[in-house]
Design a binder for this molecule. Structure first.
Ligand code: ZN
Length: 345
């Protein structure tokens, strides 16, 4: 068996969705709980298990110790802890970064733990269950420095139809690529883009330049409804407790992670497009006029307008705008060539 195929199969066996990148609904629920728990508290200490998690140099990370936390907000998929003296701690969980809320001074878990933020009320732990440590923390001073960390994507929930439409059509991409590009739209990743496109009954490979006004309107409505519904669902799931399973695989999703399962709208088996270390799911009956997205059109798309991997795209966008301090020895990016699977039968 070809090495790549065996690697790919292995990924499928262990589950493509064990690490789902936190997206807008997930990050919103983290944000709300953190804000409730530590707003107004003084950050006593930043404990680092791995120095590489801090990707900023100036000001030194210790400068934030002893400062009062004013609010926890969100910048795209990043969490922003705003402190007195215009200091901002910005945290990107990337794919496998997760937060936990523990008793004050709780130890950092040995294998997966990256850092701890110690408040009197409790400790926020960051873990990352991946051999590639990609989650990052930056300390910046001043609002200009904070704005420089914004990839610039449009906040989909606050956007009017006109603004949404203009942004969508500002570049010609496949819908999958456009929705998940953090410089175009904020907070949408692989999972919710699948759900949004299914709700909008649009193909993931449809080109933004070819959409009718009615289709753009459907996409706009589906984007808002999907993100709001899921935020509410995650809120209810977590309840009063700090969300520990916020990014877990969700059986209630319509198509994401549901390859082979019946579409909830029409019972047609959900199909997939496999690329790099991820996959896109869609219902051919609801979204592509019954057409299975076949090898040839895919290889064309996968060459050009397709996220090679969402994680790489996030990194590229974030590192383009600021000098990044990277762990030595870590490759800039694993050169994974997208490889379409056989056409689904
Ligand atoms: Zn369907």
């Amino acid at each position: 068996m070809h090495v790549r195929e065996s690697a790919l199969r292995h990924v499928r066996v262990i589950g493509l969705f064990s690490h789902r990148m936190p997206e807008l609904p997930d990050v919103t629920v983290y944000m709300e709980h953190l804000d409730r728990l530590v707003r107004g508290e003084i950050l006593r200490k930043v404990r680092l298990a791995s120095p590489f998690v801090v990707r900023s140099v100036q000001p030194p990370i210790q400068n934030v110790e002893g400062r009062r936390l004013l609010a926890v907000t969100r910048l795209g998929k990043r969490l922003v802890f705003s402190f007195e003296e215009n200091l901002f701690l910005v945290l990107h969980l990337m794919i496998a970064g997760r937060l936990k809320w523990k008793a004050p001074g709780a130890p950092i878990p040995r294998k997966l733990g990256l850092l701890a933020l110690d408040f009197d009320a409790g400790t926020v732990l960051l873990t990352e269950a991946s051999p590639k440590k990609r989650a990052w923390l930056r300390l910046v001073a001043g609002e200009d420095a904070l704005i420089a960390l914004d990839p610039g994507g449009l906040e989909p929930l606050g956007a009017t139809r006109e603004v949404f439409s203009a942004r969508l059509r500002s570049e010609n991409h496949t819908l999958k690529r456009a929705l998940t590009d953090p410089t175009l739209f904020s907070g949408i990743g692989n999972a919710y883009s699948d759900e949004i496109l299914h709700a909008a009954k649009l193909s993931p490979v449809a080109l933004t330049s070819r959409l009718s006004d009615a289709e753009v309107a459907r996409l706009h409505d589906a984007t808002k409804k999907t993100l709001l519904d899921w935020t509410e669902r995650l809120r209810l799931d977590a309840g009063e407790k700090f969300p520990e399973k916020v990014t877990a695989f969700r059986p209630e999703m319509a198509v994401h992670g549901k390859h082979g399962n019946p579409c909830p709208a029409c019972a047609t088996p959900v199909q997939r497009i496999v690329y790099a270390d991820n996959e896109t799911n869609y219902c051919p009956a609801c979204q592509t006029g019954g057409k299975l997205l076949a090898d040839r059109s895919l290889s064309r798309l996968l060459h050009g307008d397709w996220p090679k991997s969402l994680e790489e795209m996030e990194e590229r966008k974030s590192s383009r705008r600021m000098p990044a301090v990277r762990p030595t020895g870590e490759p800039r990016s694993s050169r994974t060539r997208a490889r379409p699977s056989r056409a689904p039968r």
